[in-house]
Design a protein around this ligand. Sequence first.
Ligand SMILES: [Zn+2]
Length: 251
Amino acid sequence: MSKNKQQEPHKQNEIKTIKKHEDIIEKKRELTQYLYDMGVLWSYRIDVDTILSDKELIVTSLTYLDLEEMDLIFDIFPYKTVRQTWIEEMLPSEYDTVLNKMLAYIYFGVKNFNDFRKKVCGKKEEKIINANIEMPPQTELFTEKKIPLASPYQFVRMPEGWKSCTLNMLHKLNDYVVGKGIKDFTIRDLGEKLGHGYCKTSFYDDAIHNIIEEWSADTYKTCCRCGNLATKYTRDWIRPYCDKCFPKKWF
Ligand SMILES: [Zn+2]
């Protein structure tokens, strides 16, 4: 009996580690698919289970993701890994100076770009790897959880016009869950189906159900593009639009 009890925490930790590892793999797979859907992986053969290598995933994400989507990559890899890959794979390029300058300033805490580049790229590789890495204040933006409960990937997939009401809903859920002390609450799935937002969670009660239902009804009345009141619905692939955003080809 006591022997079993001693083994439990160890086993639980093991399960947690495996679970975390699986989560990361799933996030890498989803991000690969997302980049593929964006049309930027035309040179890769992508199947459902394809995952880009870490280097490819970091470089492609830093190059093509919008700024507000950049959380996706910082959610998967430690900050140091992203920064180091940027230094090794992207910084030496003569062609991407504008992009590199922007990344340097926004994400990697580099103030004097030209000096930094000269210093880092002028050194041999082993020295680059040992380059002193400091966490700049800007990165707090990307490590603190601005979107409660949902992963950045789940959130980014929501139609643009629904992001505001979805964020409100997630805050409501979070306030409720924290207030009630509900442990290990997670968003299992967040998306759009038949013109409505849907959200699956790891736990339900009446209040959680109501928050989600109310939000789902709201999404149906909200233009998926701009967030204004919806007035029209596309047919085959049902989505709500306002007069201004309604796709022309549906007339
Ligand atoms: Zn609209």
